[in-house]
Design a protein around this ligand. Structure first.
Ligand code: SDX
Length: 429
């Protein structure tokens, strides 16, 4: 018997099983040998929400939820936010190492020269109602891109994958900007490859043919940091969807559309929009204690609080809170920040939240910055999508190149009817 294993005794049969450990964990498949009757299927693990299930081995992002640690390819998020930029972090996440100067120049050139949309696609945006939610537009725009690049389904070809990665990272800001411009009834600004990544994005959102127009560098930098903070986050719901759709060998545009759809949910990336609506509903600091009491009664959840993995302060929330004040120096403060700070103060001194280890997460402060930058709340998850795109793509490539990975197909514990015969309409009650 090796020490790097578990010994399990099945009390139903008295049989003993030795399960080998791999990186300190067992392969769920090893449980299948535990049976009472040799003919039966065998034992599974039951894990709703995959709270304690590793679906893959990954080398991209590491989170220590108890200590509030987040690292991309080993680099602490605090250092990357302080010293790097979004395109460089995207390269790191996808390729595993920080780029050389030449690699970064080539990477940036390729992405900034894949920013234009097919003109048919530009027409897509005019098909939406004026008040269509930008995430609905973005999700369908990603599916539309799938119809334009048929070679993208050759997912086993590394060169084809890389070309789609350039296109997705290059075109997503243009898609996001066109969604916004459609919503406000303004003409589209076409991308400008002479600008930086976030600078070009802000330009496409904001330019109104002024003779002298410049993107504010503080806002471009703040948005770049926010994109870095959102770039990847282990096997969160939307990343799991990206991997799952990708495991069926669907093209990356279709997989991204699915991942964005998952992110749209208010329990996931849609929370930043819900936080703003919650803070606006609270209206002023004096009403915070009353609101907290309603949350504790279970009337609703405190949006932007809590996390499946972080049982400590989300390190991203801490950095975002600092970035907020840089933005306010340019835009003027957002009064909602005072309500948010008060909410955090009251919640973190209340046992209901402390005992459940509920702390502010990435969404708690990000919306306040976006609103101060004059983004409407329904654009916030679109911004989350722009940040998370390199993470989804990196996880997709890692899944495709992992020889242990197969099509995602979980099992179930069937508790439905046993076999029964069909009952005709006449015989039914
Ligand atoms: C993101 O996974 C990721 O990495 C996601 C993300 C990423 O970068 O991809 O970090 C981005 O999605 C951040 C989370 C944004 N969502 C919100 O802020 C929505 C509000 N938060 C919750 O809905 C909730 O905290 C989740 C969904 C984030 C986590 O849910 P879990 O892990 O399933 O926690 P749970 O539902 O089991 O809750 C445990 C307890 C429950 O109380 P009891 O049943 O034990 O009495 O904590 C309570 C919950 O009711 N609880 C909350 C709460 N979150 C959990 N109570 C009040 N307010 C909350 N926000």
């Amino acid at each position: 018997m090796t020490t790097d294993s578990f010994t399990i005794i099945d009390n139903r049969t008295g049989k003993q099983y030795e399960l080998p450990l791999e990186h300190g964990n067992i392969r769920a498949r090893e449980l299948r040998q535990i049976k009472v009757d040799p003919e039966e299927f065998g034992t599974m693990s039951y894990d709703p929400g995959y709270d304690n299930t590793a679906s893959c081995k990954s080398r991209i992002t590491f989170i220590d939820g108890e200590k509030g640690i987040l690292r991309y390819r080993g680099y602490p998020i605090e250092q990357l936010a302080e010293q790097s930029n979004f395109l460089e972090v995207a390269y790191l996440i996808i390729f595993g190492e920080l780029p050389s100067k030449q690699q970064l120049e080539e990477w940036s050139y390729q992405i900034m020269h894949h920013t234009f949309l097919h003109e048919n696609m530009t027409g897509l945006f005019h098909a939406y109602r004026y008040d269509a939610h930008p995430m609905g537009m973005l999700i369908s725009a990603l599916a539309f891109m799938s119809t334009l690049h048929k070679e993208a389904s050759r997912v086993e070809d590394a060169a084809v994958r890389l070309k789609q990665i350039y296109r997705i990272l290059g075109k997503l800001p243009t898609v996001a900007a066109f969604c916004y411009r459609h919503r406000i009834g303004r003409p589209f600004n076409y991308p400008n490859a002479d600008m930086g990544y976030t600078e070009n994005f802000l330009y496409m959102l904001d330019y109104m043919h002024q003779t002298h127009y410049e993107v504010n560098p503080v806002l471009a930098k703040a948005l770049d940091v926010l994109f870095i903070l959102h770039a990847d986050h282990e096997q969160n719901a939307s990343t799991s969807v990206m991997r799952s759709i990708g495991s069926a060998y669907a093209d990356p545009y279709s997989a991204m559309a699915g991942a964005a759809a998952a992110l749209f949910g208010p329990r996931h990336g849609g929370a930043n929009e819900a936080v703003i609506r919650m803070l606006a509903e609270i209206e002023n600091e004096k009403r915070v204690p009353e609101y907290i009491e309603r949350v504790k009664k279970g009337e609703f959840r405190l949006m932007g609080f809590g996390h499946r993995v972080y049982k400590n302060y989300d390190p991203r929330a801490r950095i975002i809170k600092q970035v907020a004040y840089d933005v306010f120096n340019v835009t003027g403060t957002n009064p909602l920040i005072d309500i948010a700070v008060k909410l955090e103060e009251v919640a973190l001194s209340d046992d209901y939240f402390v005992s459940r280890k509920l702390y502010p997460n990435v969404d708690f402060y990000s919306g306040i910055i976006y609103q101060a930058m004059r983004f409407p709340p329904d654009m916030f998850t679109v911004l989350f999508t722009l940040g998370r795109a390199p993470g989804w793509l990196a996880q997709w490539v890692e899944m495709l190149t992992d020889s242990e990975q197969r099509i995602a197909r979980p099992r179930q514990i069937y508790l439905g009817y046993d076999e029964r015969d069909y009952v005709t309409l006449e015989q039914r009650g």
